[in-house]
Design a binder for this molecule. Structure first.
Ligand SMILES: C[C@](O)(C(=O)O)[C@H](CC(=O)O)C(=O)O
Ligand SMILES: [Mg+2]
Length: 301
């Protein structure tokens, strides 16, 4: 009931320990707060909070239109739903290095366990699209340094994402990743890797944990968890997958309603009321209520 029972600092410490365990952490993207609950219940190790999903949820393309307040607000709503660590997409950090510092503190206050900041220029775009541009090394390093210096909880994970692979190739992406680690990045998100060999090369080049982005309809093939584990990837995200699944189902349901005039044939595909209430832990709220009002006052009548 009321969800997360673990303070943010403990989630961050657990996230750090898990990242160093040698296991592959699987973090599907929660497309709303309740889905974080589902992710936890199904046995995943963490919850990802995608910038593309937050933007799409607001009916916006993922080109840096969302604000820090919107992202932190949604991040807090999702983080409070789960005892798992959450990793949030902080895009380019919402401005200059000073803004990045504020972003880090705001997301820390939102109860997030880790965040990633990328080296694209503003306006940014999805890392799997063509025509991206990146900032120079000096600016990218300043963003990460500002982020690392700003956190108050040393366990807040600062992950540097580099989009250089899609612009200047793998060699340049590896050089950039090394600079970002030297600047204080605790982990590297190499965006738009072409194949497993590229992940392997990145793994060999840096000493910190690395992330694989298994977003559909992108530049990377959808590798299995075993394949990613075998090349030494530490964390895998499925950022937009649950949104795509849910929106696909919503669209099919609406088509059925139009075609058949009722949703009767869709009912077997729906989450039942009982299952929804189970996820919400509805029964516990009833019990809580009872414990408040179930008392005996002999002289009250
Ligand atoms: C990971 C990502 O940054 C996101 O916002 O979820 C996106 C995902 C996507 O658009 O498929 C990305 O740039 O890869
Ligand atoms: Mg993003």
């Amino acid at each position: 009931m009321l969800y997360s029972t673990i303070p943010a600092a403990e989630k961050r410490a657990a996230f750090r320990a898990a990242l160093n365990s040698g296991e592959l952490l699987r973090m599907p993207g929660a497309f709303n707060p309740l889905s974080a609950r589902l992710i936890e219940e199904k046995g995943f190790e963490g919850v990802y909070i995608s910038g593309a999903v937050i933007a799409a949820d607001l009916g916006l393309p993922d080109i840096g239109l969302t604000t820090l307040s919107e992202v932190a607000g949604r991040g807090a709503q999702i983080a409070r739903m789960t005892n798992l660590p959450t990793l949030i997409d902080a895009d380019t950090g919402f401005g200059e290095p000073m803004n990045v510092a504020r972003t880090v503190q705001t997301l820390e206050d939102a109860g997030i366990a880790g965040l990633h900041i990328e080296d694209q220029v503003n306006p940014k775009r999805c890392g799997h699209l063509d025509g991206k541009a990146v900032v120079d090394a000096d600016t990218a390093v300043k963003r990460i340094r500002a982020a690392a210096d700003a956190r108050r909880d040393p366990n807040l994970l600062i992950m540097a994402r580099t989009d250089v692979r899609g612009v200047d190739g793998l060699g340049a992406a590896i050089d950039r990743a090394k600079q970002l680690v030297d600047a204080g990045a605790d982990a590297i998100f190499p965006e738009a890797m072409a194949d497993l060999g590229e992940f392997e090369a990145m793994r060999a080049a840096v000493s910190v944990p690395i992330l694989a982005n298994m977003t559909e309809f992108g530049k990377s093939e959808l590798f299995s968890t075993q394949q990613l584990k075998d090349v030494g990837v530490n964390l895998v995200i499925y950022p937009v997958s649950l949104l795509r699944i849910a929106m696909g189902a919503a669209e099919r349901g609406l088509d059925t309603l139009v075609a058949e005039g009722s949703l009767k044939s869709e009912v077997p595909t729906m989450q039942t009321r009982a299952r929804l209430y189970e996820l919400l832990d509805y029964a516990a709220y009833n019990a809580f209520d009872t414990s408040i009002f179930d008392f005996d006052v002999p002289d009250a009548r």
